[in-house]
Design a binder for this molecule. Structure first.
Ligand code: IMP
Length: 448
């Protein structure tokens, strides 16, 4: 029975948290399948803001079981902080009861964070993601299932810390890993999480065969995919649909729907080319950063801002075959005189409709824009009134003004994918769903 995939359609930070939260209310399982605590999902409920990095956004649907899947790299210390924060908010300790860590997921250790701190090129989040995946590819990393087998093996621990120290030295990091500390860390992880570490692929497979609804939630975005993104300015995992089932430990035939989340404009954090980028110091770019509060959830770094890039969105749809798009942060564009959409690139006199393969070429691409009339700024509560009106009267996008609706219809036409929900503010209620679409507001039963 059906699995639904939800993915970032741009360079991450598209506002996946809210959409996932809405779909998780209708699912019994929410599974993260790649990445680690480089991700940051924010879910806002009235006065409460929940920032998640590794815990699936389904956490607030209390009937929903959660999996940190096979394809992930997991920082056990950051996970503990997140679980404590959730406990403070809700009084719940889900670990081992409805939150499970895959035996096959890789452990992020202090070594990985230290090694990542030497990055000078990509502008990583510094959370040890790339080094943990590198260890997995080299087949020297430690998975959660392996801890019990290595924790008392002194020779293994000594050799491993020696390898780690050699690598730290090679990139000019002064700190060193002592094998006794490595052993203590592994003992702590085992003790802390032993009840939660499970063969989660089997559990998800069982749920699917039992007819349950499973949500596979992606992190980062298609343009940060290690194989298909703007390499080398990408993350270290496959962020696309193809990895959603694999990283969860089930087969792709289960997937029925795949939603791409895109902002009504574009943002990017870290380095790398961004053809429709604007200045953060003035005009529309500054407006997007300020009104959209464009700072990374994980690192607090200011995000770079730009107009919606249809070339990137089409590329992302080629890879993921979206059944629908969720367009977030339409409200942020309110108050701009005009809104542009990047519909192609020009490179050395040639017109491009698709992205070039190398970041060097992409950096040379100049955006080709079409311009649309802007619409007036509205307050947060005015947007919520509009969203609720659409809900109560069942008018779908009919609640939008003419100029807003024209912008939406144009994006659908250019991207070739229907938009199924529009985010108009951070609050859970601040979204306008298409009529009979899958994104109507969840009933509040069993929700935190
Ligand atoms: P890493 O994933 O920490 O290795 O960082 C690699 C690149 O991906 C950097 O440009 C990061 O800023 C970017 N990145 C990683 N995770 C996210 C995310 O969740 N949102 C946006 N960008 C991200």
């Amino acid at each position: 029975m059906p699995a639904t995939v939800i993915l970032g359609a741009q360079w991450g930070d598209e506002g996946k948290g809210k959409a996932i939260d809405q779909l998780a209310a209708k699912s019994t399982w929410a599974v993260r399948f790649q990445g680690g605590n480089n991700a940051g999902h924010t879910v806002v409920y009235g006065d409460t803001t929940l920032k998640l990095h590794q815990i699936p956004s389904g956490v607030s649907s209390l009937h929903c079981s959660m999996v940190l899947g096979d394809g992930m790299v997991i920082d056990p210390w950051v996970l503990e902080e997140e679980l404590d924060r959730w406990h403070e908010l809700s009084g719940e300790r889900p670990e081992g009861k409805r939150l499970f860590i895959s035996e096959r997921a890789s452990v992020i250790l202090p070594f990985h964070r230290l090694y990542d701190s030497a990055d000078k090129v990509v502008g990583t989040t510094g959370r040890g993601i790339g080094p943990a995946y590198r260890d997995r590819i080299e087949r020297v990393g430690i998975r959660f299932a392996d801890i019990a087998n290595v924790v008392d093996d002194v020779e293994y621990l000594q050799n491993t810390s020696k390898r780690m120290n050699g690598q730290l030295e090679s990139v000019g990091v002064d700190s060193r890993i002592e094998w006794e500390k490595l052993q203590n860390d592994l003992k702590w992880i085992l003790e802390r999480y032993s009840k939660s570490i499970k063969p989660t692929g089997l559990m998800v497979d069982f749920a699917l065969r039992n007819g349950e609804d499973v949500l596979l939630e992606g992190a980062q975005g298609a343009m940060l995919d290690i194989d298909q993104g703007t390499y080398p300015y990408v993350t270290s995992s496959v962020t696309c649909r193809a990895n959603a089932t694999h990283g969860a430990g089930v087969h792709p035939g289960h997937v029925e729907q795949c939603f791409g989340i895109t902002k009504a404009y574009t943002t990017r954090v870290g380095n790398g080319p961004f053809p429709s980028e604007l200045s953060l110091e003035k005009g529309a770019g500054m407006h997007m950063a300020k009104i959209g509060n464009e700072f990374g959830t994980t690192t607090g770094r200011p995000r770079r801002t730009g107009w919606l890039d249809i070339v990137a969105l089409k590329e992302s749809n080629r890879l993921n075959g979206y059944t629908g798009l969720v367009l977030t942060k339409l409200d942020v564009l309110g108050g701009l005189d005009e809104i542009k959409i990047c519909i192609g690139y020009e490179i050395e006199g040639k017109l491009l409709q698709m992205m070039p393969t190398t970041s060097i070429e992409l950096a040379k691409c100049k955006p080709i824009y079409e311009t649309h009339p802007g619409f007036e700024a509205m307050t947060e509560s005015e947007w919520i009134v509009m969203a609720n009106k659409s809900r109560v009267e069942n008018t779908g996008f009919g609640a939008l003004t003419k100029d807003m609706l024209n912008y939406i219809r144009r994006i659908e036409k250019l991207a070739g994918v229907p938009i199924v929900s529009i985010g108009v503010g951070p609050d859970r209620e601040a979204s306008i769903a298409s009529i009979n679409g899958p994104f109507d507001l969840p009933e509040n039963k069993e929700m935190f």
